[in-house]
Each structure stands twice: as structure tokens, then as C-alpha cells.
Design a protein around this ligand. Sequence first.
Ligand SMILES: Nc1ncnc2c1ncn2[C@@H]1O[C@H](COP(=O)(O)OP(=O)(O)OP(=O)(O)O)[C@@H](O)[C@H]1O
Length: 482
Amino acid sequence: MSGATILIADDDRAIRTVLSQALGRAGYDVRTTGNASMLWRWVSNGDGDLVITDVMMPDENGLDLLPRIKRIRADLPVIVMSAQNTLMTAVKATERGAYEYLPKPFDINELKAVVQRALSRVKERPTLEEGAAQDGDDMPLVGRSPAMQEVYRVLARLMPTDLTVMITGESGTGKELVSRALHDFGKRRNAPFVAVNMAAIPRELIESELFGHEKGAFTGASERSSGRFEQAQGGTLFLDEIGDMPIEAQTRLLRVLQQGEYMTVGGRNPIKTDVRIIAATNQDLKKLIKQGLFREDLFYRLNVVPIRVPPLRERSEDIPDLVRHFLAKVVTEGLPAKIIDKSALDWMKGYYWPGNVRELENLVRRLGALYVEDVIGADIIQAELQEPAESRAENTINRDDNMVEAVERHLDTYFAAHKNSLPPSGLYDRLIREVERPLILKSLEATRGNQIRAADLLGLNRNTLRKKIKDLNIQVVRGAKD
Ligand SMILES: Nc1ncnc2c1ncn2[C@@H]1O[C@H](COP(=O)(O)OP(=O)(O)OP(=O)(O)O)[C@@H](O)[C@H]1O
């Protein structure tokens, strides 16, 4: 729709200039203003085919103007750009009827593509009623890094839809929190959110857990029982650790996604279902597909919109905000208030965070519970977390060392870091766990996930190994062919 008129409101002259040049060159008529009142005047006069507005302007917040624009000109697409890059800005912009939300800084070509899309589809997007969004303090997801903003942008676009979503990310990155945000701010928010963790349910019970069972369907089924699909009716079903779903249950799930109905275990009549599915995994599903452990057709049904939650090490700039958030949270749990100083924060930014945000949250809780110091410095953090990412390579066991020497050196550093005090109690278990985890992981790798052979290799009883795998939260890729 070349020749269309675009109205731009931003109090930053440089942005106005860049946008008006780029869009002018693309063949649009562009009008710019530095305040919201001029924009409102143009819109109420019926001018313009599309609006691009900033949020913070000297006379009014662009997000407050948005519902008024939509009330008088519902079809006018509005693109909101903002440097206030929180999930709530993205959610509010979407809820109030923005066509698109672009966190600053953005790529000018991306903006041009959005403008083109908006003008070729001048049609009102479904908007949500207002009132769901809350401000600042209750922010469900903390962090304003570019990596998280991208997540927020996708979330905001998905909220008014029922699309199936697949959330991937390492353990502890916040996948469940993302799925909750999608539900809590989406159109199903008044209906149930039901979360099921595939890894936590015995495999033989998963189908009955999800779809329910009839009385007498199997030994022990003395009563009819409703499944999670029934409990989530009208709402959202969050299928966590989807890679652990047994293949028979996958077939059943695929049928639900294809036909919108399912049968209980032992049941004869199909039951209609209206549930939004959000799946999550920290495994590589493509690898599981190759190994015949995950159905490819189910993968494509679930992977309609993929969201990757980045590991914490890729967004270390979020660490200070997250630390502040967790410090405030532990105070509400009755633990003393602490300050984590800048040297400590800097050190944390260089750490690898294998357990991601969960590890950070647990660390903050430990600091509150175990240390008498009001101000926590880098030495304490270092002792708690052992070693920063950069020094990891130097500190790992030197190939020429024997293990005893390496462990001794490691412990010397650990004790030295505590200077005149002792490390927190529980050292024995902590250290053994640290050795146990890689030992079991490597043994499973060597036996390609075969637990019987791994138990044999380790000289452990099979049940003991199984329990350790569970306790240490180790993901086993099962069934790989030798
Ligand atoms: N961005 C965030 N802001 C605030 N808290 C967060 C954030 N991300 C994660 N958390 C917190 O970290 C912990 C782990 O998050 P969550 O359970 O959502 O991770 P997950 O990726 O689903 O983990 P797993 O794969 O192990 O199930 C939770 O206590 C959650 O509240």
C-alpha cells in the first residue's frame, strides 16, 4: 500500500528522522510529531492509514492513548515501539489493540516489514478486555535483556490466540513461568491452568493421568477418574518434559490434536475437548525423533509456535534484576534482608549457571539462610558457586593430574575462599553430589542410555542407579541402539 500515510509520534528527534527517511524512501507519506496530543488530533481528524507511536512522551503515555484511538478508529493499525522493555509493556500494547509491539532498538527493515504487513491486512485484530494487566511489582517474568524481550514480543502476540506452543530451553530457565504468563494474560485466563510433568509420572500411568479412565479399565481402577484434559477443559494444559511421554500416549495425544476429541482409558465414547496445549522440553526432540522415541507428526503438531527460553548465561545482564527480585522474595519468606554488592554481581555475570534461574534463586535463598553478613561480596558467591565460567577451563582437572590431586586443589581453593570462616555445612553431600552427577552422566553416555549396562559398569544395583538418576535430576536419552 505504497502512498499510504503513516503518522509517527516519538519525542526523540533522531528516531523521527530515521523513521521518516526510511519510510519516505519506501514510498509512504510520513508525518511526524514529538507529542501525543498532535497524534491524537490527526487521528481524530481521520488522517493517516497507520500509526507508529512511542510509549513515553512528554504529554501522555502512548499506551494510554491507544484505547482511545481504537475506540474511534478500530481499523487503524498502531505499532507501538518502546524502550521500556518489560513483559507488561508488550502485554499492555497487545491488550490495548496494538498491531505490533517493537522493543527499541529495532531493525529498520523489520519495522518496514511490519508496516507493510499491517497495511496489507487492515483489519482489526481481536483484542482482550482490559483489566488483566498489572503493573511493575507483580511482573511475572523478570529481565529486560534483548534475549528476553524477544520472548516477551512473541508472548504478547500469542496471548490473544489459541495456538499450540512449544517452549524449549534448559532446565530452570523459566519455561513453566512462560507458559503460565501465556495463560494468565491470555483469553483463557478465567479457566483452569493444568500442568503435568511427564517425567514425574510413572510411564504406565501417563495415559490414564491425561485422559482419565473408566471403572475397571485396569487392575486397581476401582472408580472412574477424570483426566487432566477434562480438568483443563476451556483452559490450558501445560505438558512439561514432553520428550518423556511414552510413545503410546503420544499417539493418543496426536489424535486429540487432530480430531479435538479423546477417549478415556477403557472408554468407548469420544469426548470433545477444548484445551490449549503448551508443551515444554529441555531435550532435543529432533534427536529423539531420529532415535524413534518421539513421533515426528506429533512434533509438528506441537511445534506450531516455538519459543526458546535462553539460558541465563546468554542474558547475564538480567542477573542484577533477578537477584533483586529473589532477595525481595526471600524476605517475604521470613529470611533476613541482604545486599549483594557490585563485585559479587560482576562475578555472577561470569558464571556459567548450569541450573539457570532456578540455581540463582536457590543461591539467593541459601545466602539468606546461611550467612550472617548483611552485605554479600564476591568471595562468598565464589565459594558458593565454586568457579567462574572463564576460569572453568583452567580449573578443570588437568589431564596430567590424578583425581586426588585435582580434588585436593579444588578443596584448597574452596576453603581459602572462606578466609577465616568455614564453608556452609553439608559439604560432604555437596561434594559427593558434584562427583556423582558427572560419573553417572558419563556412564550413561558410554552405555548409550542403557541403564542396565550403566548399573553394571558402575557396580551399582539397578534400582539404586534409577533412584540416583531421579534424585540428581539426570535426563536419560533412552533406547539408543548400540
Ligand atoms: N524470568 C524469571 N523471572 C523470575 N523468576 C524466574 C524467571 N525464570 C525462572 N524463574 C524462577 O526460576 C524457577 C525455575 O523456573 P521454571 O520452573 O519455570 O523453569 P523450567 O524451565 O520450567 O524448569 P524445568 O525444565 O526444570 O522444569 C522458578 O522458581 C521460577 O519462578
